[in-house]
Design a protein around this ligand. Sequence first.
Ligand SMILES: N[C@@H](CCC(=O)N[C@@H](CS)C(=O)NCC(=O)O)C(=O)O
Length: 227
Amino acid sequence: MIDLYTASTPNGWKASVTLEELALPYTVHAVDLSKGEQKSEAYLAINPNGRIPAIVDRANGDFAVFESGAIMIYLAEIAGQLLPSDRKGRSRVIQWLMFQMSGIGPMMGQANVFYRYFPEKIPAAISRYQNESRRLFEVLDRRLGQSEWLADDYSIADIANWCWVRTYKWSGVEADDLVNLKRWRDAIRDRPAVQRGIEVPVRVANLEQDPAAAQAFAERARNSVQR
Ligand SMILES: N[C@@H](CCC(=O)N[C@@H](CS)C(=O)NCC(=O)O)C(=O)O
C-alpha cells in the first residue's frame, strides 16, 4: 500500500494520476500548503524539500520517495507499466519526463508567480517566463505532430507534461492555436483514470470560469510565495 501526501496542484496530480492509471491502491493524506504543513518536521522526514508530492511505500519497509518525477518512475516500476524496460524506450520516456521536470514545470511555475502572485508586477519577468513556456509548448506541439504520444506509447511522460500544460490559461500562456497539443490534451483529459486523479485530494473549481475561486486560490498562493 502506498501513502500519498499531496495537494491539488500540477505536481500533486502527477502522482495521483499515475496511481490511478496504474490501479495501485493508495491512501491520500491532504497537505494544507496554505498552513505550511509541508514544512513541519514530521513532513520533512518524508520529503526533505518541504514540498508536495511525496509517497511512502508501506510494502517496502516504509520507503519514502520525493520529487514527482522520481515518484512516477518508482510507481511505474512497481506496476511494470507506463515506462518500458528496453533501454531506448525507457530513455525516450525519461527524456520527455525530464523535459517537464526541468522546463515546463519551472517555467510555468515562475510564470504563475510573476503573472498571478508576486506583489509587484514586473513586466520583463512575466514575459520572460510566459515566452519560455510558450516556446516549450511549441516543442511539445512539434513532437506531437510526429507522434501520438511524447515517447512511443502513452507513458508517465505524457502524464507529467499534461498535468502542467492543462493549466496554461492560469499561466497566461496562449496554447489554443497549437493543434497537435490540443489533440493530445483532449485525449488525455478523456481518460477515466486521469479524471479521477485530478480530483485528488479535492476537486478544484475551473479557475478561469470562477472568479471568486480564482481570487481565493491566488490569495493563498500569494501568501505562500511571500512566506
Ligand atoms: N520539483 C518538485 C516541485 C514540487 C513543488 O514545487 N510543489 C509545490 C506544489 S506544486 C509545493 O509543494 N509548494 C509549496 C511550497 O513551496 O511550500 C517536484 O516535482 O516534486
